[in-house]
Design a binder for this molecule. Structure first.
Ligand code: NAP
Ligand code: MG
Length: 495
């Protein structure tokens, strides 16, 4: 067990009242109000966050604007790169504290938070490399006369970063890293259920030398602070990660000043296992494609299509694998599944389990809350439904919990048709030894990422995005950085 009585986490939580972090300083809400934030492993209040309103968002956006137009705008690419490397080193040094704080705040097991360390540091380093990549082009033209034509790029300005609770320690970097790389500034609005690592990171950024006002954090409710940020006339771009439903609200709210948008939304990703696959890899791969982070992953492979000839045997092995997973206290290093984030999320997932049964899916394992010593938290067993049809509610709606729907299929064409019969298009995977099958699926699956004989592997230099209602914009890679830049064409008359 990790000892949480040791500093520095305990220092950070010594005063559970946490203010906004604006212009390099802690600032209480102008209203004086707070919202409780819970530890999902025991249901107890962990922190009392400042409840941000439009007024607080105004203050944060003004600070971000001043910083954008101030000395930050004169940082050279090399200076921004050197700063990002310092940020990387400081985050690495403080990683254990941040990881533990994340586990307490949103319930991810310490094995998981420790496991994403290298990847997160790689993301920061990727953005450090991209400071040198905000380039336009000199383009030859066919204009009559003596003209030189080129494009140049410039930071878009103030970016609003609205992120969900399922992994803020990591997901904040898609906004903060890109803002630091390009010379933008940011106002972050983390989810009310998990804001602490974003607040602590903002404090560390100041220690690393990031100028005050470049990264600000306003906490509180999505419907208040989030909505105020999304509609704020002083914000140039919104980088949003969250549900498709909220994504629609963001689109509407952003219309006033035509904000640039990046929307990384929900999913119901297909994971397709053919009978010729290496099942020793496919079984744990397909299980962890959903059970990781207790199913609270946007690209979780929740619709598991299995070729009918191996359906029964595969479900048996999946159930056996599921039983080897330990559900429990996120601070126990041997635990693989922590709690769900909240009572609300627990109720939601349990209601889908009950709908699955009512619509005729077979409960192959799990389906219950975990009681005993864990009864105070929001724990649920890893759950597997077999013989699901793609038209059932559990195969259509995003559950965001550890629930797998196994759907049998007979032919590759049928698998592809069913895989694409969804309003989402975030990820998808195929397990097979056949190059023909692999190629057909790789081209045929309508999703932003396709994995072959693996699941959930993302390199920050490649990135990922969505088809259909899984959103638009791209996370990672040069396209991500482009989203934080305006392009300008320049035409020079040389005569
Ligand atoms: P959510 O309810 O959409 O919330 C996401 C963020 O938006 C939170 O900070 C939330 O604040 C805020 N928000 C809520 N209503 C708002 C409004 N009207 N205006 C502005 N902001 C608002 O999503 P969630 O339930 O936290 O997260 C789970 C969802 O995120 C799933 O659908 C999942 O697939 C998706 N996700 C997608 C990706 C991806 O990269 N595609 C990655 C991770 C998660 P409060 O929470 O404080 O209300
Ligand atoms: Mg919490």
């Amino acid at each position: 067990m990790n000892d949480i009585s040791k500093p520095p986490v305990v220092n950070f939580l010594a005063n559970p009242e946490k203010d906004h972090f604006i212009d390099g300083q802690w600032k209480p809400s102008l209203s004086g109000e707070r919202v409780d934030s819970f530890n999902p492993a025991n249901g107890r209040v962990l922190a009392k966050l400042a409840r941000g309103t439009k007024d607080d968002v105004d203050v944060a956006v003004a600070a971000a604007r001043r910083a954008f137009e101030g000395p930050w705008s004169r940082f050279t690419p090399h200076q921004r790169q050197a700063l990002l490397i310092k940020v990387h080193d400081l985050i690495e040094k403080n990683y254990d504290e941040l990881a533990l704080l994340e586990s307490l705040d949103m319930g991810a097991p310490v094995a998981r938070t420790a496991g994403v360390k290298n990847w997160m540091l790689q993301v920061i380093m990727y953005f450090a490399s991209q400071t040198m990549n905000c380039n336009g082009q000199t383009i030859q033209n066919s204009l009559p006369g003596n003209f030189t034509t080129m494009t140049i790029q410039a930071p878009v300005g103030v970016v609003g970063g609205i992120i969900p609770w399922n992994g803020p320690l990591m997901s904040q970097w898609w906004v903060v890293g890109a803002a630091l790389a390009t010379g933008c500034t940011a106002v972050m609005k983390p989810a009310e259920d998990a804001s602490l690592t974003v607040l602590r990171t903002a404090e560390l950024l100041i220690e690393a030398g990031v100028p005050p006002g470049v990264v600000n954090v306003v906490t509180g409710l999505g419907s208040e602070a989030g909505a105020a940020l999304a509609s704020h006339p002083g914000v140039d771009r919104i980088a949003f990660t969250g549900s498709t439903q909220t994504g629609r609200e963001i689109i509407k709210a952003s219309a006033g000043n035509m904000k640039r948008l990046q929307l990384e939304l929900g999913g119901k990703s297909p994971d397709i296992v053919f009978a010729d696959a290496d099942l020793d890899k496919a079984v744990p791969g397909a299980a962890m494609a959903v059970f990781s982070n207790t199913g609270q992953v946007c690209y979780a492979g929740t619709r598991l299509f299995v070729e009918r000839s191996i359906h029964e045997a595969f479900v048996e092995r999946l159930v056996a694998f599921g039983k080897t997973l330990k559900v429990g206290d996120p601070l126990d290093p041997t635990v693989q599944l922590g709690p769900l984030i909240s009572q609300r999320q627990l109720d939601r997932v349990m209601s889908y389990v009950s709908i699955g049964g009512k619509e005729g899916a077979q409960l192959a394992s799990g389906g219950g809350r975990v009681g005993g010593a864990l009864a105070g938290g929001y724990f649920i067993e890893p759950t597997i439904f077999s013989n699901v049809s793609n038209s059932m509610t559990i195969a259509r709606e995003e559950i965001f919990g550890p629930v797998i729907s196994v759907i049998p299929f007979d032919t590759a064409d049928e698998a592809l048709r069913l895989a694409n019969d969804t309003e989402y298009g975030l990820g998808g995977a195929v397990w097979t030894r056949s190059v023909n099958t692999m190629t057909k699926m790789m081209h045929g699956i309508k999703a932003g990422t396709v994995w072959v004989n693996c699941y959930g592997v993302v390199d920050p230099a490649v990135g990922f995005g969505g088809y259909k209602q899984s959103g638009y914009g791209w996370k990672g890679g040069p396209q991500h950085v482009d989203g934080f830049l305006y392009q300008k064409s320049v035409c020079i008359n040389g005569d």
